[in-house]
Every structure is written in C-alpha cells, then in structure tokens.
Design a protein around this ligand. Structure first.
Ligand SMILES: [Zn+2]
Length: 303
C-alpha cells in the first residue's frame, strides 16, 4: 500500500529521516487537470516534499508551499494538513516541451512556505509562519536543500521523484547537536548518510517500500523504522468558503453575474467539486439590511 509516510532513525549516525510514497492520493490530484508531463512531475515532487516537511514540523493546521509569479508555470500550490490530508494544483501558460526541466518551468518567482495553525478559541486567525525560498537550483529538492543550508541549524536534505503512477521522497536531517557527538564526527556521519542516499535512483524511490529501500541504503547502520502514518487526498473547500469568496468579490459584481446568468457557478480547482449559488443564496450573503449572515472575516480564500 502506498499513501503513507514512515519516520526513521539512523541511531548510530545521529540522523533522523522520513520516507513517503503516494499513489491514490496522487492519482486524485493529477486527475483534476491535464498537466504537461514536466508540470505534473514537479507538482508530484512538491506533494512529496510538503508531506515530508509537514511531518517534520509541529503544527495543528495546514502547511502550504506556493510558487508564484513565474513563467510558464504561473502558480503551483500544494497543501498538507496536520491530519494527513493532501491537495495541490498548478497553472501554466503556453506550450511546455516534454524535456522541460525545473529551471525551464520557473523562470523567476518565489516560493513561500506557510504554516498556519488552526485558530484557538477567540482567535479570528491562527498563528502563521512564513518562509521565503529562492528558486535557485536544478530541482525542487535542490532549492529546498539550499534553503535549509542557509536558514536552519540542522543539516537537511530531500530526494524527490514522481511519475504518473506514484510520487515518493526521502528526507534526512541531523539530530540537534549534543555532547555525545563531536562536530567533526557529526559532519562525517552526515556526509556518509547523504552519499548513500545520493545513489538512489528515481525508480528505487518510486517502487521500493520503506524497509526495502532503507535496508538497501543503510543495512550497516542501526536503523529504526517507525510505524506508517497514513496520508490521503482531501480538499478543504466548502460551501462556506465559496460564500466567503463571493462576499469578498463584492455585492455589485455578484448581483451582476446573477442578473446575467441566473446563478453563480464555481468549481473548486483542487477537487472539481461544483458549487452553485442562486438568488436566495445571494440574498443571504448580501442581505438588504446590510448585515451579512454566515460569512466569516479572514476566511475568504480557498487555501
Ligand atoms: Zn475542493
């Protein structure tokens, strides 16, 4: 069974890691659009990356990785929630050749990683943390690797792969320094563990299960493999969020569309869920007495 994540520990090397493979969740996500193969591949890699990052962080809410303002891929967004839900989407313009690499897809632009916790009682919005990641590198894994090298105390690297069937990834991270291990030994261990991971082929990442793959790499180390964490495709869209989006679009525009088309139709791009609002819904969102019902401030976005 795919659609799961395992944490693991290389105890003697003082390094922790994660392994992920997605299959049916990936099918649901790639089926929502007819992606050119290079866009599909990077969307898959981003999903593997966001699954690995979400498991490595402590939060109760969602983690979103978004790349925006680039050509020909104008937007790519993937989301992992703390309960194992995943979704993602990419937009592109023009022709994209089969052999387009990561740098051909994202000519300029920024990647933003946002961790947003659920609001606590009495809070409008939960706590939010954002990190900017430069799009410098030959792959998504490279960009994330340089980001960690610049911003984190802990050595962190990712290996990602995607094909039509599956997406997969491995992450290694040094454990925080402590007195039991000398810095030069820790560095040697890190070089050793990453050199072994470097030998992984995409094929191995995509087809081997966690124990087989980790045994192949680290059979000479003290490897501890933890129980699988299940992951699944899940969209967080809802009637309420659609109504909030219409509310922020403004009354004049909403009533204009209603007058022209008799209804307002919206499809969620993440899951293809179709939403339709009629004049009664619009009256409820924009009542004549001016007091909106059932809308929430600060929740007027789909992701
Ligand atoms: Zn949806």
């Amino acid at each position: 069974m795919a659609d799961k994540l395992h944490r693991f520990l290389l105890e003697n090397l003082h390094i922790r890691g994660e392994w992920v493979q997605l299959e049916s969740a990936w099918q649901s996500i790639r089926d929502t659009a007819d992606y050119p193969p290079p866009v599909e591949r990077v969307l898959g890699e981003a999903l593997a990356a966001v699954s690995l990052l979400a498991e490595s962080l402590k939060f109760d809410g969602s983690l979103v990785m978004q790349i925006q303002g680039t050509q020909p891929v104008t937007m790519l967004v993937v989301q992992a929630t703390s309960d194992g839900g995943l979704r993602g989407i990419a937009h592109w313009q023009g022709e994209i050749t089969e052999d387009a690499g990561f740098n051909d897809l994202f000519d300029a632009g920024t990647m933003v990683i946002t961790v947003e916790n659920k609001p606590q009682p009495g809070q409008q919005q939960g706590e939010r943390y954002q990190s900017l990641v430069a799009l410098q590198g030959a792959s998504l894994a490279d960009c994330l690797g340089s980001y960690f090298a610049q911003s984190e105390q802990l050595n962190t690297r990712l290996w990602l792969a995607a094909d039509k069937q599956r997406v997969a990834g491995v992450m290694l991270q040094s454990l925080p320094a402590d007195s039991t291990i000398k810095p030069e030994v820790a560095e040697e261990n890190w070089q050793h563990a990453t050199a072994l991971a470097e030998t992984l082929t995409d094929q191995e990442l995509l087809t081997l299960d966690a124990s087989e793959l980790l045994h192949r790499l680290y059979h000479e180390e003290d490897l501890r493999l933890y129980d699988a964490v299940p992951l699944h495709f899940a969209c967080t869209c809802s009637q309420q969020k659609i109504e909030n989006a219409i509310y922020s679009m403004g009354e004049q525009e909403a009533r204009g569309i209603l007058a022209e088309q008799g209804k307002i139709s919206m499809d969620c791009e993440f899951c293809n869920q179709h939403y339709e609002l009629d004049s009664i819904d619009i009256e409820r969102i924009f009542p004549r007495d001016g007091v909106p019902h059932g809308t929430q401030q600060g929740a007027n976005k789909l992701h």
